[in-house]
Design a protein around this ligand. Sequence first.
Ligand code: 6GU
Length: 241
Amino acid sequence: PVQRIDIVSIFPEYFAPLGLSLVGKAVASGLLAVDVHDLRDWTHDRHRTVDDTPYGGGAGMVMKPEPWGEALDALVDPEQPPVLVVPTPSGVPFTQALAHEWAHEPRLLFACGRYEGIDARVMDHARTRMQVREVSLGDYVLNGGEVAVLAMVEAVVRLIPGVIGNPESLVEESYAEGQDGLLEYPVYTKPASWRGLEVPPVLLSGDHGKVDAWRREQSLDRTRARRPDLLAAEGAVADAS
Ligand code: 6GU
């Protein structure tokens, strides 16, 4: 499982929330080390410059290769290289399957780009010594990789054995195995009547077979309405109608 996570960013303050909640507890319990580094620590000029204009022209700025090269030299142990994760809207989609894969890796290093991205030679050079994964959270644009890394770290850390008290809560939810790749059904708690709205009576019936059948139907209805792409996908539920 993951033992250490390094994060390099020009905005290390973005990662204060990692001290809270689930990730903070995993770190406090000694299950995991998370270290956040300021990319500008690997600059040498007075202005601590990390970007420059793009070769070939065009809008925006590109992150210079030298600070990234020095950061990776300093943080990567060649005997135990990490998986280098580079968040970018032009990456492959980040999925629960990737979160599971990474939860088994001893070391992860997240490299947060800003501006129009990182000089591509940084990833090309890194690929000669470690696995590099350029990944995207979805089809929209964030200003930098920081928010994406917060999401990915949380998705990975909650899968580390011992981090979540009740591992059963992991198997039932959306995208987990045992759900046939369907979205989760709606959930209810007390009171049974609230603002004139009733909890579906089947959930109060005590008939577990009926409850399971109802939840399955709700999952299918939701998936058809919200994520029809999941039903078309290979490995999705056979009897989707
Ligand atoms: Cl991973 N990074 C950035 N900068 N924007 C994104 C993204 C990642 N995923 C979606 N938009």
